[in-house]
Design a protein around this ligand. Structure first.
Ligand SMILES: [Zn+2]
Length: 170
């Protein structure tokens, strides 16, 4: 695999259908980037479980109250969090789905509480978006009015319906 410089700050690490892994030369962080444009609601990559575990860690995506999966293809671990996400790990369709129109070259990011009820480690977000939630926690600890702004997995929606009061507008 040849490494080539893709933009000033990023080096391409590996190329895949529809996306590529790049590393930021400054902070050494990896991310997954679209290498083709996508329309809102398109399936970008199908994913599956390489392993199912019963406790979450920083790499897992939550399927149910007792099931957390390690992702395959493995490069999907490089999809970072953003408070203005453009993709969702849809655990009903098992597709990484676009939430809005995405341009080739854009980084693919998801909103952690959209799939995670309780996270192994909360962290302070530095996404810099105007709507940044600051402290990123699982959906359980995320205010309902914040969750309501995001597309959530069916699992998180059902957990929220059971354990949180949603402000439904009809
Ligand atoms: Zn943020």
């Amino acid at each position: 695999m040849s490494l080539h410089q893709n933009s000033n700050d990023f080096v391409t690490i590996s190329q895949h259908e529809n996306c590529e892994v790049k590393q930021n030369k400054v902070n050494k962080q990896y991310g997954l980037f679209a290498n083709a444009p996508f329309k809102a609601g398109e399936n970008i990559v199908a994913f599956d479980a390489s392993k199912i575990v019963d406790t979450p860690n920083y790499l897992t995506v939550q399927l149910s109250e007792t099931q957390h999966i390690h992702l395959t293809p493995e490069y999907l671990q490089y999809v970072n969090h953003s408070c203005a996400p453009n993709v969702l790990f849809n655990t009903s369709t098992m597709q990484l789905e676009s939430l809005n129109d995405i341009e080739a070259g854009e980084e693919l990011c998801f909103f952690y509480p959209a799939t995670e009820w309780r996270m192994a480690q909360q962290f302070v977000c530095n996404c810099g978006k105007p709507n940044c939630v600051g402290l990123v926690q699982g959906a359980e600890a995320t205010p309902t009015e914040v969750l309501n702004k995001y597309k959530l997995t069916d699992f998180i929606k059902s957990m929220a319906a059971q354990y949180k009061t949603f402000l439904l507008i009809f």
